[in-house]
Design a protein around this ligand. Structure first.
Ligand SMILES: Cc1cc2nc3c(=O)[nH]c(=O)nc-3n(C[C@H](O)[C@H](O)[C@H](O)COP(=O)(O)OP(=O)(O)OC[C@H]3O[C@@H](n4cnc5c(N)ncnc54)[C@H](O)[C@@H]3O)c2cc1C
Length: 488
């Protein structure tokens, strides 16, 4: 490890780091976790007030089997490898993972494209792929539209929760010694004697090596050291999320037959029992514009009808959009004691565990010594998820701590105890959306209409701040701005 102290804002002294990771998305998070298996001093630098604020919070949450990527590409290699690692990773981190399988649905005219996809999948090394049709297909998925006659079945395709995975990966890395700096937007990188100084308006840190996993902003970060911004077109993907009453409406992830524009608009269960419809693929100039559009909603309605019939669209509880690059391949470019990751669009979530290993190997090639950390604990401290407990288990927990008996979010059945855990565990929730992503409080049918005031109170109490200081999502997104009636 290294000495050499440096100063960041607030005159806090910190040591020099071995590796600094820019961006706390699923890729940066899993890289941090991977590197925390070794005796290294690691930090994660995130421009937002919380982790998982980029593409990793708003995507389809599919762990793709790997039949879509062009054979021979890094995408194909890391997708298949990552998908194989996913189940074990989620078990260690206590994150939901369900291998429900996927159907790429086609009409008779599209059968040839499905055959090509099957061959492509075989070349990529995907197991168990086959074409299904007729009664077998209807039995597997009774709500497919009448015009669908065949499908490519990918049994290894799965679903997960991308933001829970990101939080858990970063939490586990932190439990194993990594440090997280929030509100640390890297705006410059300066080479220095022993590596680099990473500069932000809130201070600087020094590191021997750095990883640029800043998602759609990685190209911009590359230019800080004279590199090229290879991040190209950005596309928005809009979604509609339907109530948990729709659980079981489809059993698999249903894709349309892909076109040259991409994988198309899917219909899938989520690990929490909702039904997810989307994403669209609309070009955006602004790399932060996650607005929804009427055109996007109409496209979702029109296109999902082609694969699945009688979708109960009126059960929609919310909509959201995520941004990604749409390119043939990932770019993972080792530089002088750094690695730049660009164009990590879909299937970046599926590939993320394998990307972490790939980046680790590149660092080792550059001379970073990887001495195993004997104290590394791969398991994240389990959260108390009441919804997964039997009545006896719940009663026992409530007897130990009555906070688990006070239900705050009625839609999702989330207790005060679980919210307190989310604030106290690494990386602790600091705002309303942070609690929502970690516990699901506010994710249900009323979308926080009922529980938000109570969550605000718990946040203020736990963080030792005034109610007016609690934000929705960091920055100046204050929720309370004053009193309606002054007390006498
Ligand atoms: C609509 C959509 C659907 C998708 N569906 C799937 C799917 O089903 N399956 C799948 O495998 N993949 C899917 N993907 C792709 C997947 O979501 C991404 O590949 C993955 O989330 C990328 O993770 P990341 O960590 O690289 O980027 P991000 O999650 O975007 O993280 C980058 C982080 O860097 C931070 N940052 C940026 N600039 C700076 C800076 N200068 N300083 C400090 N921090 C900075 C950002 O705030 C952000 O937190 C989808 C993507 C989208 C948008």
């Amino acid at each position: 490890m290294n000495g050499g102290n440096i100063i960041i804002e607030g005159m806090v002294e910190v040591n020099m780091y071995d590796v600094a990771i820019i961006g706390a998305g699923v890729v940066g998070g899993l890289i941090a976790r991977e590197l925390s298996k070794y005796r290294l001093k690691i930090c994660i630098l995130e421009k937002e007030s919380d982790v998982s604020m980029g593409a990793s919070k708003a995507n389809s949450a599919i762990v793709h089997a790997g039949h879509d990527a062009k054979p021979g590409t890094l995408k194909a290699l890391l997708n298949v490898r990552g998908s194989e690692m996913f189940e074990g990773l989620c078990a260690e981190l206590g994150v939901e993972y369900k291998r429900i399988g996927a159907l790429v649905a086609g009409t008779e005219d599209e059968r040839e494209i499905l055959n090509e996809l099957l061959e492509r999948g075989k070349k990529n090394g995907v197991c168990g792929l086959r074409i299904v049709c007729g009664e077998e297909l209807r039995a597997m998925e009774p709500n497919l539209s009448d015009n669908i006659s065949c499908a490519l079945y990918a049994p290894t395709s799965a679903i997960t929760c991308p933001y829970e995975l990101t939080v858990a990966a970063i939490g586990n890395a932190m439990d194993n010694g990594a440090e997280l700096f929030r509100n640390f937007k890297v705006t410059g990188i300066r080479p220095c004697d022993r590596g680099y100084e990473l500069i932000s308006p809130n201070g600087e840190i020094s590191s021997r090596y750095y990883i640029n996993s800043a998602g759609l902003h990685a190209g911009e970060v590359c230019t800080y050291t004279g590199g090229l911004d290879l991040q190209r077109t950005v596309r928005s993907g809009e979604y509609m999320l339907l109530d948990r009453e729709c659980a079981g409406f489809v059993r698999h992830t249903i894709f349309p037959t892909p076109t040259k524009h991409g994988k198309g608009i899917l219909v899938t269960p989520t690990v929490h029992g909702n039904l997810l419809l989307g994403p669209t693929s609309i070009e955006r100039e602004d790399r932060d514009d996650t607005s929804m559009t009427p055109e996007g909603i109409n496209e979702i309605l029109e296109k999902t009808r082609k694969t699945v019939k009688d979708i109960p669209y009126w059960k929609v509880i919310t909509s959201f959009a995520g941004l990604r690059s749409v390119d043939d391949d990932f770019i993972i470019e080792p530089g002088e004691k750094c690695v730049n990751l660009m164009r990590i669009g879909s299937p970046g979530l599926s590939a993320a565990p394998a990307i972490a290993g790939y980046v680790r190997d590149r660092l080792a090639e550059m001379g970073l010594e990887l001495i195993p950390n004997d104290n590394f604990n791969p398991n994240r401290k389990p959260c108390h998820a009441l919804s997964d407990m039997s009545p006896d288990e719940r009663n026992k927990l409530v007897k130990q701590n009555s906070k688990y008996g006070r239900i705050i979010c009625r839609c999702e059945g989330i207790s005060e105890g679980e919210i307190v855990d989310a604030i106290r565990m690494n990386p602790g929730a600091r705002d309303l959306d942070g609690v929502k992503r970690r516990t699901r409080a506010g994710m249900g049918r009323c979308q926080g209409g009922f529980c938000s005031p109570s969550v605000l109170e718990i946040l203020a109490r736990e963080l030792g701040i005034r109610l007016e200081e609690v934000t929705k999502s960091g920055g100046d997104s204050y929720i309370l701005i004053g009193k309606t009636k002054e007390e006498r």
